[in-house]
Design a protein around this ligand. Structure first.
Ligand SMILES: [Zn+2]
Length: 404
């Protein structure tokens, strides 16, 4: 192999020392102290490799092989932030592999044909502020300013959290990559599904990434005393919300295919044992490969709300939207021919999760390579991979980039 397996594994395990352990999982929420520690470690690696380091106003880290910022680069990367109590490979695998590929190429080649850049995207997961892919959307010019006002559970806004880490989100516009900066983008990621494992494949070449719409619904009722308010005079927001939530489950089953809808977060106010809930807010995460079906799903959620609580008693706002994406067939084709030549068991797969590669495809040819997830589990402490599959993915990426 051209890549250094020992170094790759050592760094992944070293990053896993930060913000978690195999029992509780890993919690490196975006712009938290743990995230900052992780970022510092990545910058240390970049220094060791001899990369020129930059950070942009929204917190992306760039490590380039050349000081000159004018030349078009081939970029490789992913994210190091995690969901609460997540796994050690989601994102981290892509960043550490990118560092390994770039370092190996630098060591093995006298001069690189095209400058390379390792990117660590800020706030990919989005669990802290209910909005994710912040870094890649900042870089591609699709991050909305109002998202900087989104709050975490402590009432800290995304913008303030960025500032606390030394970034300057007021200069959001300057995070946008100049035209022509990127020649291509590559990301290695765990599959987070069991398709590859079931098929006995070691490499997943992603052809499509599902679209995603995240909305927040707020249902209004009337908070009141739980002992003195008779049942017939109640306006219980939680009862209304639960009808909608059950309806969402049914509508998703009816839509069929790959359509999924999830109510993953709910808050009741005042959230007290002896009060009737006066207000309930919950999120709905809708995904499908067809944008039309996502919009259809949204319309149905609206009509569920109308039926359950009536006009004027609810609000709905879009938190995040990603269009379904078809990734570069040219780049996956290069990877495919290497797999065929090297006899690597591979398969084209769709991605049900959103990734920075999908956002980057707005501005450059993008390629996403999946490493099989053991048991298909992810976003939990048990998330795992076979090390051999990790090495194969990194080696494949080395070969692809070497050949461009
Ligand atoms: Zn991820």
């Amino acid at each position: 192999m051209q890549i250094n397996k020992t170094r790759l594994k050592k760094r992944l395990l070293e990053l896993a020392q930060i913000g978690g352990n195999p029992k509780d999982g890993w919690t490196r929420l975006a712009f938290s102290a743990e995230d900052q520690q992780g970022r510092a470690l990545i910058k240390r690696y970049m220094n060791e490799i001899g990369l020129y380091i930059d950070e942009d106003p929204v917190g992306n880290i760039f490590g380039r092989t050349e000081e000159n910022r004018e030349k078009a680069v081939i970029a490789l990367g992913s994210h190091i932030d995690t969901v609460p109590n997540g796994g050690m490979f989601d994102g981290a695998l892509g960043v550490i592999s990118a560092l390994e590929v770039v370092q190996s190429l630098k060591e093995k080649q006298d001069s690189l044909k095209v400058p390379l850049e390792v990117v660590v995207f800020a706030n990919e997961e989005g669990s802290r502020f209910n909005t994710g892919l912040t870094g890649s959307r900042g870089l591609t010019g699709s991050l909305r300013k109002e998202e900087l006002n989104f709050l975490d559970s402590d009432g800290i806004s995304l913008g303030k959290a960025m500032e606390a880490c030394g970034f300057d989100p007021a200069r959001l516009d300057q995070a946008k990559a100049r035209n022509g900066k990127y020649q291509a983008f590559f990301e290695i990621h765990i599959e987070q599904s069991d398709r590859l494992e079931m098929e006995g494949k070691q490499v997943g070449l992603v052809d499509t990434v599902v679209g995603q719409l995240v909305i927040e619904c707020v249902v209004y009722g009337q908070a009141n005393h739980s002992g003195t308010t008779v049942m017939t005079r109640r306006k219980d927001a939680l009862v209304g919300a639960s009808k909608v939530i059950t309806g969402i489950q049914e509508l998703a089953l009816q839509m069929g295919g790959d359509f999924v809808a999830t109510v993953g977060k709910i808050d009741a106010y005042p959230n007290s044992v002896n009060s009737i809930p006066g207000k309930v807010s919950f999120t709905v995460d809708i995904r499908d490969i067809s944008h039309e079906k996502i919009i259809q799903g949204l319309e149905q959620v609206k009509s569920l709300l109308k039926h359950a609580v009536g006009d004027g008693n609810f609000e709905l706002r879009v938190l995040e939207e990603q269009l379904p994406t078809i990734l570069s067939r040219d780049l996956s084709g290069i990877a495919e021919s290497i797999c065929q030549r090297e006899n690597l068991p591979y398969q084209y797969v769709p991605s049900g999760a959103c990734h920075d590669a999908q956002v980057m495809s707005m501005i450059t040819d993008s390629c996403l390579i999946f490493v099989p997830s053991i048991g298909g589990v992810s976003h939990c402490p048990e998330e795992n991979v076979e090390w051999e599959d990790v090495y194969i993915a990194a080696e494949l990426l080395y070969r692809v980039v070497e050949g461009i």
